[in-house]
Design a binder for this molecule. Structure first.
Ligand SMILES: Cc1ncc(COP(=O)(O)O)c(C=O)c1O
Length: 426
């Protein structure tokens, strides 16, 4: 049996209808921006392997640092114990996070980073003796697949089976161009109706990722945050996707005038090497949990919290991220994306061309409305695979979110493949 056949015997894949799915591609190695399958064919990983990879695959520096840490300390319980990689990483994160962030709470993926944020916000108010437990979130939001994260995410095909079990969320329109005021008005009206019960507002800053790479303006986010600040509502930036340079700055929150109270991080944090989640918060949030009363303790933790190898990977990724070379690549990719948009502005088959930093997105025009379940998805996916490019469209929405080591030539190759697809639809 080859690897794909052995896989079929033993494995159940995520986000995959196993009865309909073709055998998965067997990837045997990675190098830089490329992944190689078991026939030797190479693919440009233009979506950074579910948005996690920053510096390329099998990066020698990351491999070296992970291997050194493995030989020193692979894991230790994080309640009552600490270790150098966890402390050093927290110090580095606090150096580059917005200045109001004061404490780092570790977990092990993006969904848990969000669960922690939601629980922190709700218990913050409980510890202060306020009965506030409602959350405001955007339509089309995606915050993860655990129950709390699903609850604050949009109700969609992903959550149908669980609808009745998900707690109610106050939903406001995401502030797309032209309907910013609608979003603001809805926030105001919801707050005026139930301010005393609203604990927090959670949002993906500047880009709603899995919801379709929907981008919106920083100015309206500033206004929404200010309004929440003025009405004692905790703001939570879910930067699981946007963190670590994706939007052109270290964090999308760096574009904001008012900083969020809580920030969720994961994905790129280890450069795509190891699972790790972080929820950072202000001193004010942290202080609400300090008490002689043990009931005010934050009773949350995971077995692999602050895993030393994951922290070492994250420190190594941070070292690479802050180098001029990496920062220049981020700007270079952003400029390239803008060039692609300019060139294709009048292309009737590529609609809603948009970009922020290293994220480029567009909708392939058809008579069907844009959706994750759009029938074009599989056709697009296979077309790009045949060209040796991994792009995993969200329905008919094509997006490019490459590792920062991608060269101009490789980017051009990806753009040309998109244009070739568009031409084939004439
Ligand atoms: C904004 C955002 N939050 C949370 C998550 C969940 O992260 P994970 O898949 O690591 O649980 C994702 C994943 O795509 C995401 O994009």
């Amino acid at each position: 049996m080859n690897l794909s056949e052995r896989d079929r015997q033993a494995i159940w894949h995520p986000y995959t209808q196993m009865q309909l799915a073709e055998p998965p591609l067997a990837i045997v190695r990675g190098e830089g921006v490329y992944l190689f399958d078991d026939t030797g064919k190479k693919y440009i990983d233009a979506i950074s392997s579910w948005w996690v990879n920053l510096h390329g695959h099998a990066h020698p520096y990351l491999a070296q640092k992970v291997s050194e840490q493995l030989k020193k300390l692979e894991h230790v319980i994080f309640a009552g114990f600490t270790h150098e990689p966890a402390v050093a990483l927290a110090e580095r994160l606090l150096d580059i996070l917005p200045a109001n962030q004061s404490k780092i709470f570790y977990s092990d993926n993006g969904s848990t980073a969000v669960e922690v944020a939601i629980k922190m916000a709700i218990q913050y108010w409980r510890n202060k003796r306020f009965a506030k437990n409602k959350i405001i979130a955007f339509e089309h939001a995606y915050h993860g697949d655990t129950f709390g994260a699903m609850a604050v995410s949009a109700r969609s095909g992903f959550t149908h089976a669980f609808t009745e079990l998900l707690f109610d969320v106050i939903r406001i329109p995401y502030p797309a161009k032209g309907i910013e005021q609608e979003s603001m008005d809805e926030l105001k009206s919801q707050i005026s109706n139930q301010q005393t019960s609203i604990a927090a507002f959670i949002f993906e800053p500047l880009v709603l990722g899995a919801g379709g790479m929907l981008m919106y303006d920083v100015a309206i986010l500033n206004q929404l945050i200010k309004y929440c600040n003025d009405h004692d509502i905790i703001t939570i930036a879910d930067e699981v996707m946007t963190g670590f340079g994706r939007t052109g700055k270290h964090f999308a929150s760096d574009y904001l005038e008012r900083q969020p109270d809580i920030i969720c991080l994961s994905k790129g944090i280890t450069g795509g090497t190891m699972p790790l989640g972080v929820t950072s918060c202000t001193q004010d949030v942290y202080a609400a949990f300090l008490s002689d009363d043990r009931d005010k303790t934050f009773y949350h933790g995971h077995s692999y919290t602050a895993n030393p190898v994951a922290c070492a990977a994250a420190i190594a990724s941070y070292d690479l991220l802050i180098k001029d070379e990496c920062q220049q690549s981020i700007s270079r990719i952003a400029t390239s994306h803008a060039g692609f948009i300019k060139k294709n502005q009048g292309n009737p088959r590529l609609k809603n061309l948009r970009s922020v930093g290293t994220i480029l997105a567009m909708d392939s025009e058809t008579s069907e409305p844009t959706s994750y379940f759009h029938s074009l998805r599989d056709r697009l996916y296979h077309f790009f695979l045949e060209q040796g490019i991994i792009l995993r469209p969200l329905g008919n929405t094509i997006y490019v979110m490459p590792p920062y080591c991608i060269t101009d030539d490789e980017l051009c190759y990806v753009y040309e493949a998109i244009e070739k697809y568009s031409d084939s639809q004439k």
